[in-house]
Design a protein around this ligand. Structure first.
Ligand SMILES: Nc1ncnc2c1ncn2[C@@H]1O[C@H](COP(=O)(O)OP(=O)(O)O)[C@@H](O)[C@H]1O
Ligand SMILES: [Mg+2]
Length: 231
């Protein structure tokens, strides 16, 4: 069964501004998909619909077994436990250390302390940052901050990770590291949808590319068949 399914989805901001129109596609469990298109094409809007941060004005959306056109407010937290999300600006809490940023996401769900500690350590190790556990976001490089954000996004072992321009603020070396990490996570079975306007990144990998232009889905293709390599 498809993990994400959109049928004729439209989204209008205000009364007239068409952000998305006639969007139909599906994503399977464990897939890695790039979502591309220039600034203003509708990438962020699409990711917001998948997270139920916005509602579609037409069409149907199913994500991880939830019908997002009918989802009730009290079900949204359950949906969001199945979806991790990372952003261009990391969105870490500045007054918390790397460790606390990850642990906080578990604490708000009321997990026991012992479990929070072991899970947080495990996730920081996974992103290679256990040695920076006590650093605050402003003491970390952009790439390191994004790795903390990834650790936080994985606290509930999501089936889907949404990444909105996750390398937009990073230098080429950190960009490669972050994409490598997303690929590792994908290899463990998590589906990844990564929005980017950086076609150079996309062309290097053998993945599916969904292309948006002015709110329309204008392409669904595979690039670089056979798989790309990071140098
Ligand atoms: N909250 C909003 N209110 C009004 N218009 C918006 C809002 N969010 C996005 N838009 C408009 O919708 C279009 C798609 O935006 P967005 O999804 O952010 O594109 P992208 O992420 O591809 O740059 C843009 O023209 C943008 O100006
Ligand atoms: Mg955007």
């Amino acid at each position: 069964m498809a993990l994400v399914e959109l049928k004729d989805v439209g989204k209008v901001y205000g009364k007239r501004w068409v952000a998305l129109a006639d969007i139909t596609f599906s994503v399977d469990e464990g897939e890695f998909v790039f979502l591309v298109g220039p600034s203003g094409a509708g990438k962020t809007t699409l990711l917001k619909l998948l997270l139920a941060q916005e509602k579609p004005d037409s069409g149907q959306i199913r994500v991880a077994g939830f019908d997002l056109t009918k989802i009730k407010k009290e079900q949204i937290p359950l949906l969001r436990r199945k979806i991790g999300a990372i952003f261009q600006d990391f969105k870490l809490l500045p007054d918390m250390t790397a460790w606390e940023n990850v642990a906080f996401a578990l604490r708000v769900c009321g997990y026991p302390r012992k479990l929070i500690k072991s899970r947080t350590d495990e996730l920081l190790a996974l992103v290679g940052l256990l040695h920076k556990a006590k650093s605050y976001p402003n003491e970390l490089s952009g790439g390191e901050q994004q790795r903390v954000a990834i650790a936080r996004a994985l606290v509930h072992s999501p089936v889907l990770l949404l990444a909105d321009e996750p390398t937009g603020n990073l230098d080429p070396h950190s960009t490669d590291e972050i994409i490598q990490l997303l690929l590792d996570i994908n290899r463990q079975g998590t589906a990844v949808i990564m929005a980017t306007h950086d076609m150079e990144i996309v062309e290097r990998f053998g993945f599916r590319v969904l292309e948006l232009a002015d709110g329309y889905l204008v392409g669904d293709r595979k690039t670089n068949i056979g798989g790309g390599n990071l140098s």
